[in-house]
Design a protein around this ligand. Sequence first.
Ligand SMILES: *Cc1c(COP(=O)(O)O)cnc(C)c1O
Length: 390
Amino acid sequence: MRCNDQMRRGDRVPLLHPNTLTSVTAERPPVRLRPEIAALPAYRQGRSATADGFKLSSNENAFEPLPGILDAVAAASDINRYPDAGATALREKLAPRFGVTIDEVHVGAGSVSLLSQFINAAAGPGDEVLYSWRSFEAYPGLVTVSGATSVQIPNLLDGRHDLTGMAAAVTERTRVAIVCSPNNPTGGVVAAEAFARFMAAVPSDLLVLLDEAYIEFVRDGGAVNGHALIGMYPNLVVLRTFSKAWGLAGLRLGYAVGPAHVLDAARAAAIPLSVTGPAQAAGAAALDHEAELTARVDRIVTQRNEVRAALLETGLPVLESEANFLWLPLRGDTEAAADILHSHGLETRAFAGEGIRVSIGEPESVAKLKQAAVDIVDNLPSTLQMGRID
Ligand SMILES: *Cc1c(COP(=O)(O)O)cnc(C)c1O
């Protein structure tokens, strides 16, 4: 029997003084873990910048928080009490923006926790979760933790989702399909028409998560926008976050809009009370400061377009982006190019053999970025050939 077995094994280990703990670890068999979890790489955070450098590795909003939002956080001072588990005040502000009831809005500690809740609510061992790849780094780990299996459909050459391929990969085991638009890290959007075809092609009982972490940066009028689709599909949940455009990454706040019974399942899969009071207050205050925040987003978009043009001018390949980052498909030169960026004080996100994602950050980072780009092209002339995808 399992229990006796463990006791007997424990009995064989002599009780040792704390100083000799290492020898205990050496003698004991390792703690039994789920092998697929033990094999998971831990979350890799973007490197912090040096004093005169810039952190362009986590798609954060480089603007400092607005004073009005900081005041709201400070006013949420009853931190000796648990927060409102339902984030009611925030949901009451969000619901009318989407023309839904508050039951059709769910708030989580970042949209990563929402992704986790929806995946756990719909998929488990033996089930499949479908998404495009390369995409958001969190997807594979979240799926593995749920016990389900990832099915990854390679991106098209322009970095966008192959939605036809994704629809064709749906089996009776598929429980969740994730569509990320704009796609992190490649920056391209899903066209509204392509998304409509995808929704028509997949079964209406398959949960589709539309991850719109960067929607506020989109200027392509033909792109899918979950807001316009609310209420149209019984199986669609739209995920948004306060971390990027809204500048609240450090407080952990995201939300989902979709059918109430699907959101109820996510609520059931959530760790209760994980959205803190200060985060809820900050989200509500941010919505009150939308005009100022939107003006900042406009500046980020302008800077994105300028940086892309400048990098293209040096000859580097840079995909079109509708987000607050750019993707340089540098393939075999990725790591060498990331080192050059690092030597210029620029921390970026490199995916070995694939490319580099550069966040649009402080305006002061742009000059360094241009210098680094020239340096890359001078030192790695093969990068000049890489942008050609046609
Ligand atoms: C940043 C990001 C998120 C959200 O992050 P949270 O900070 O957890 O809200 C979700 N999806 C994608 C694709 C992202 O890049």
